[in-house]
Design a protein around this ligand. Structure first.
Ligand code: ADP
Ligand code: MG
Length: 248
């Protein structure tokens, strides 16, 4: 049984692509065949984050243009034997229709246990096309009240369109933000978005360094621990929330 996981958010820059990369590394390390599909057109970044910048020959754009099939557009990540990527087209004006996304997902379900889809932010139609095929939507927000409200708007729209399997990731959490009197606490974020929490990721420079270098997170980093827990919860394991430790 394969699972399609759409990673999305209201605002840009909340960490969608980083979450896709780190969740991908984490699931692959646990032995699961995992594919990341980058659908944030024109803003390709996962080739760098996964350390395959110089290995990309074909991408999603090549599939859309009929230059190759979806298998040829799939690149194996060198540092993670179970992880592959289909990169976004380099052309920022490329368009993909719902039918193409659906066909790619259906085909790749045969070969991968987890398909993680990196979407663009906001109410772009392609986001809804992906989300409609997903088994799980990971809505991602930072503690910034503007991001939190936008996450709520997106989540409400997904519910309206019938997708109820949503979970919330709160990213870039820094204890100082809660002392600044702009947002109460993590519970207030969860209540405002109205989606069950699946994980909290601390603000951690290890993410910037690892994604910049295209290597997995160091196993002693707080971010690694957060992704290890999130990936296990995605698999249905009961892992206690440990954000108090992560934020200490
Ligand atoms: N938990 C985190 N701590 C510190 N920096 C982060 C964290 N998550 C993401 N970032 C950084 O934030 C920036 C935006 O992240 P990115 O994953 O590209 O967001 P998006 O895909 O939502 O636009 C990147 O520079 C990334 O390294
Ligand atoms: Mg992105």
């Amino acid at each position: 049984m394969s699972k399609i996981i759409a990673v999305t958010s209201g605002k840009g820059g909340t960490g969608k692509s980083s979450i896709c990369a780190e969740l991908g590394f984490s699931l692959a390390k646990q032995g699961h065949r995992t594919l990341i599909i980058e659908l944030d057109f024109g803003l390709r970044c996962l080739d760098i984050m996964l350390g395959v910048k110089d290995d990309i020959v074909y991408d999603l754009g090549s599939v859309i243009e009929g230059k190759c099939d979806v298998y040829k557009a799939t690149t194996q990540v060198k540092l993670a034997s179970n992880l592959s990527i289909i990169c976004a087209p380099e052309d920022p004006f490329s368009k993909v229709d719902a039918e193409t996304i659906k066909n790619i997902c259906t085909e790749m379900r045969k070969y991968y246990e987890y398909i993680i889809v990196d979407t663009s932010a906001g109410t772009n139609e392609s986001v809804f096309d992906v989300v409609e095929q997903s088994d799980l939507i990971l809505i991602n927000t930072t503690p910034d009240p503007i991001c939190v409200r936008d996450a709520r708007t997106m989540s409400d729209e997904f519910y309206k369109r019938g997708n109820k399997k949503q979970r919330l990731i709160i990213n870039k959490v820094d204890p100082d933000i809660f002392r600044a009197d702009i947002i109460g606490d993590l519970d207030e974020i969860i209540d405002t978005v109205g989606v069950q929490l699946i994980g909290v990721i601390p603000s951690d420079p290890a993410i910037v360094i690892s994604t910049g270098k295209g290597i997995p997170l160091p196993s002693n980093s707080n971010a690694f621990k957060a992704f290890d827990a999130i990936s296990k919860r995605v698999k249905g394991e009961d892992v206690p929330l440990s954000f108090k430790v992560l934020l200490a």
